[in-house]
Design a protein around this ligand. Structure first.
Ligand SMILES: Nc1ncnc2c1ncn2[C@@H]1O[C@H](COP(=O)(O)OP(=O)(O)OP(=O)(O)O)[C@@H](O)[C@H]1O
Ligand SMILES: [Mg+2]
Length: 219
């Protein structure tokens, strides 16, 4: 249980196409069906200003966006998200499930763009006033598997997704390094396990964090 608030804050992280949205939806449905108050949200986005920043930073066609500008845009969207959406929901006892959070910036801007983990972490500590997830579920995906999954779905690639494979490899390792540095706050799962088995493992871990708030939670 969080020491920062009565709710529970869960982040899904991992490379593009790892299955974050799929598993965030599964967890959200499982908890809601047990009567818990759940807020499912995503980054960048989650607020009107965050959604505008999302399209500015992810869509093609805004010209070159240098790495620091990109990092600040993500951090700006996250500041709004933390202050206006996540903290108030946690204060009401809601389980907040976010699709991406600070680790994505450390991975994409810190490692992928080469800004370094430390600077990006401290920028985001400031932006979120130190709000950290109680649990981060890291879906570890091989970048080529992730790309294959996305293109199978026929979706156009955004500015970051269309970066080359070595960019995505650097991201993968940055996520794993973050998890290794704080193992008790992470659940690291191999993204190519089957969807039901991943959902069951995630729910089991969340159930242990919720304790007796949700007796009998089952996948
Ligand atoms: N464990 C899995 N095994 C096989 N396919 C999966 C698995 N999980 C998700 N998929 C499929 O892979 C595709 C990408 O999944 P999803 O959209 O959940 O990933 P994501 O991490 O949210 O991607 P993005 O970073 O692009 O938002 C979808 O077509 C989804 O159905
Ligand atoms: Mg997604």
């Amino acid at each position: 249980m969080s020491i920062q608030s009565p709710g529970l804050f869960i982040a899904f992280e991992g490379g593009d196409g790892a299955g974050k949205s799929t598993q965030a939806a599964r967890l959200s449905d499982a908890l809601e069906s047990r009567g818990l108050s759940v807020l499912r949200t995503r980054e960048p986005g989650g607020t009107p200003i965050g959604e505008k920043l999302r399209s500015l930073v992810l869509d093609h066609g805004h010209g070159t966006i240098d790495a620091r500008t990109e990092a600040l845009m993500f951090a700006a969207a996250r500041a709004a998200h933390a202050a206006q959406v996540i903290r108030p929901a946690l204060a009401e006892g809601t389980v907040v499930i976010t699709d991406r959070y600070v680790d994505s910036s450390v991975a994409y801007q810190g490692a992928g763009r080469g800004l370094g983990a430390e600077g990006v972490l401290s920028l985001n500590e400031w932006a979120t006033e130190g709000l950290r997830p109680d649990l981060t579920v890291l879906l570890d995906v091989d970048p080529s598997d992730g790309r294959q999954r996305r293109t199978a779905g026929d979706a156009a690639e955004d500015r970051l997704e269309s970066e080359p494979d070595d960019f995505h490899s650097a991201i993968r390792h940055a996520f794993l390094d973050l998890a290794a540095a704080a193992p008790s706050s992470y659940l690291v799962l191999t993204a190519n396990a089957d969807i039901d088995s991943l959902a069951a493992q995630i729910l089991e871990r969340v159930q242990s964090l919720l304790g007796d708030r949700v007796p009998g939670v089952r996948p």
